[in-house]
Design a protein around this ligand. Sequence first.
Ligand code: HMG
Ligand code: MG
Length: 303
Amino acid sequence: MNIPSKVRLIDVGPRDGLQNEKQPVPAAVKIELVHRLQAAGLKEIEVTSYVSPKWVPQMADNHEVMAGMTRQAGVRYSVLTPNLKGYEAAVADRPDEIVVFGAASEAFSQKNINCSIAESIERFAPVVAAAKAAGIAVRGAMSCTVGCPYEGEIAPSRVEYLAGLMKGIGVERVDVADTIGVGTPRKVQAAFEATLRHFGVDQVSGHFHDTYGQALSNTLAALELGVWNFQSSVSGLGGCPYAKGATGNVATEDVVFLLHGMGIETGIDLDRLVDAGQYISEQLGRANGSRVARALLAKRASA
Ligand code: HMG
Ligand code: MG
């Protein structure tokens, strides 16, 4: 086993976490969340997306959020850009990294971004080229790498195909996403093995929604392959509007507790992270979705 000694977490809470909220979340609250995440030691934050406001109204304040936040040196701020229109809007806000997002499932590609996998790659190619020419890093998210809400189980060969297409257009690193949280360790490892045929282990990350409670097991399974980049969402916020019933990403607090318990460094201050998660949970008027946060808050209250 090559379990890494350090892990880099990307908190996707401000984007994946909030995109599905029905009530508008004020830009000031999103900005405060970004500030609290960086204060807790997060070095990568997925801030927002430049998608159609008709499709995802919650992300319509992308400019306001990006312009309003105070950047901290050494933190990478990433944003989602599905096409050139999105990229051109994003570039004005100086992201450090843009994310093109495709799917291993044809049906999900159609529902999420209104085009086939092949068409999505045609749309992404000029975005990737423009970003690289401008010195902006490029990540590719790969949805439905183990299961799809419309097509069911997804074969690793589909993941390998998509990863190859992403590599072919110059994407620098990719997220292996379990969009609906149906993955279990061996299936998730198969999706990574398929991806690793095109990308090195330093260029892949795990993005696990926790719908079926498997995300921490899947994190451990990915760690066993040497994967050391993961995405998670503070207090377990979120879900994709085009994956009905899927819950949020695994909570960052829960992943940090797992990693620190295994002696793996993250650079994250768990107490401050719990505060960030509690802040956004209170703003949304909702119970904190992180079990670790709930346990630590109960301990604080009884101290
Ligand atoms: P479309 O309708 O095919 O696009 O949508 P179009 O080019 O035909 O344009 C139609 C309208 O959208 C036009 O406006 C365009 O200007 C506008 P109208 O003339 O009707 O007023 N438009 C845009 N507006 C703002 N920003 C843009 C943009 N592009 C076109 N970039 C599109 C295609 C991709 C835009 C649409 O399908 C869309 O916005 N989808 C939303 C996808 C999304 O945000 N999904 C959630 C994020 S992905 C995710 O959560 C999964 C992930 O977490 C990994 C995992 O867990 O699996 C990453
Ligand atoms: Mg997601």
